[in-house]
Every structure is written in structure tokens, then in C-alpha cells.
Design a protein around this ligand. Structure first.
Ligand SMILES: [Fe+2]
Ligand SMILES: [Fe+2]
Length: 254
């Protein structure tokens, strides 16, 4: 299935509104710069690498670390946004990524039940510290940066497009991780892992949804469609270059 169609299908699955303009831009951008992470060679390489127990266990820890780091970065980003509504949605996104960081460690334990028995205390502490463990009651300050450092509409949107493409890649990768869970996990833990995978996929679709919603409204209000076509193309080209470097280094974690 073409990726733009898959994204739109995932949005329908979470009952998102329809975004006619966004859908056109997405189709166009993916035609001009086909995302490398949606190509067969990317999923084949992931499937090949993840056949190895140790590689897959390490990649789950790396995913936990990246989700945790992403959560903190996204929280910082929310404080840079001048628009309060965008900031509120981005903070909610940050809480989800923090939750994902912890979920990847739960998934590790379910996939390889004894894996942490042989890990030294210091590594366990490190794994624990990588998880921000944010919640709606416990999170960093909501403190906007000074006015002169703020991101206003156009810059906010530009950066949100970058976040958006990262979320589409996260969604694609969740499906590959899901296959690897099935490959490695003991039978009695598979259902729990599928439930975790369902939540991860639903959340990534929600992250795609809230930013698509912002783009659709902004483009319809300002009428600045050409700008969107251009930044989607530009950001996707940048993203493909980065993905290629990662494939070359065999580091295709989330
Ligand atoms: Fe995530
Ligand atoms: Fe996400």
C-alpha cells in the first residue's frame, strides 16, 4: 500500500476528521520525494537485523531511550511556541512519548523474559533514568521562553512539519517492531505485546492527526497552500538524507 494511503487509513481508524488539503499535500510530497523509510529495502533490512535476538533486545532499549529523549525535546519545543493551543497539543504529545519510553522496556521484558537478569545494576539504573516518566500531574514546567526566542506561526508550522514526518516514520516502524515481537516473544506473552503494539500504533496515528489538524486549519485560514507544498517537499528531502545515513550505519531504530 502506498504510504500516503496508509497514513490516511490510519487517521480514519482513529476517527479523525477529513483533511482534504493536507491529504493532497501529503500525496504530492510523497510522490516527489518517496520516503525512504517506506521502501521495501528498509523493512527488509529491519526484518533481517531483527532476526537476531541481541540486536532486537538492544533496539528495544534504544527505542526506549529515543522515545524518552524525544519526549523531553518535544516538551522544550512546546515552551517555544507562542500559540497556546499548539503548545497544549504538543505537551500532550510529549506525555505520550514518555509513556512509550516506559512501554518499550515493558515490551523488552515480555519479549525476552529473563533478559534483565544478567544485566548489572548500573545498566538497570541507566535504563530506568532514560524514561522521563511524565504524567499529567508530574512533568517539567510550563514556562514559555522569552518573547524574542518564541516561534510564531510560520516557524512553528515549519518545525511541526518536521515533527509530523518523524511521527509517520514512527508509525511505519511500529509495524516492523510488531512483526519482530511475534518472531521472538514466548507464546504466553504475545497477546500482551500485541496490546502494547496497538497502543503505540494508535498513539503515533494521534500524533500525525493533531499536527495534520493544525496544518489543515492554518492553510485554510491563511490560504497559504504553496508554502505547505514547499515545506513538505523540503522537509521530506532532508528526512530522506538522514534516513539514508542511518541505513548506511545500520542504525534504523525508532
Ligand atoms: Fe512514540
Ligand atoms: Fe509519536
Amino acid at each position: 500500500m502506498r504510504l500516503a494511503h496508509q497514513v490516511i487509513k490510519e487517521l480514519r481508524a482513529i476517527h479523525s476528521p477529513q483533511y482534504p488539503l493536507y491529504e493532497k499535500i501529503l500525496n504530492h510530497a510523497f510522490k516527489i520525494n518517496k520516503p525512504l523509510f517506506s521502501e521495501d529495502k528498509f523493512s527488509l533490512k529491519y526484518a533481517d537485523l531483527s532476526n537476531n535476538d541481541e540486536w532486537f533486545a538492544n533496539s528495544l532499549i534504544a527505542n526506549s531511550c529515543l522515545e524518552g529523549y524525544g519526549s523531553q525535546q518535544i516538551w522544550n519545543f512546546s515552551n517555544m511556541l507562542d500559540n497556546d493551543e499548539y503548545a497544549r497539543r504538543v505537551r500532550r504529545h510529549s506525555l505520550d512519548e514518555s509513556k512509550h519510553s516506559t512501554m518499550f522496556i515493558s515490551a523488552l521484558k515480555l519479549t525476552f523474559p529473563n533478559v534483565l537478569d544478567h544485566v548489572d545494576e548500573q545498566t538497570k539504573i541507566k535504563i530506568d533514568e532514560m524514561q522521563p516518566k511524565y504524567s499529567s500531574a508530574h512533568h517539567p514546567e510550563i514556562e514559555k521562553v522569552p518573547y524574542e526566542e518564541r516561534l510564531f506561526e510560520v516557524e512553528s508550522i515549519n518545525q511541526l512539519v518536521q515533527v509530523h514526518i518523524t511521527e509517520i516514520r514512527a508509525l511505519v516502524l511500529q509495524y516492523m517492531v510488531r512483526e519482530a515481537f511475534i518472531k521472538h516473544a514466548p507464546e504466553h506473552n504475545r497477546q500482551k505485546l500485541m496490546n502494547i503494539s496497538d497502543i503505540l500504533i494508535r498513539d503515533e496515528a494521534r500524533h500525525i492527526n493533531y499536527s495534520a489538524d493544525i496544518f489543515e486549519h492554518y492553510a485554510s485560514i491563511t490560504g497559504n497552500k504553496d508554502y505547505f507544498y514547499q515545506i513538505f517537499e523540503d522537509r521530506l528531502r532532508d528526512f530522506n538524507l538522514l534516513t539514508q545515513e542511518e541505513i548506511d550505519r545500520e542504525e534504523i531504530e525508532l
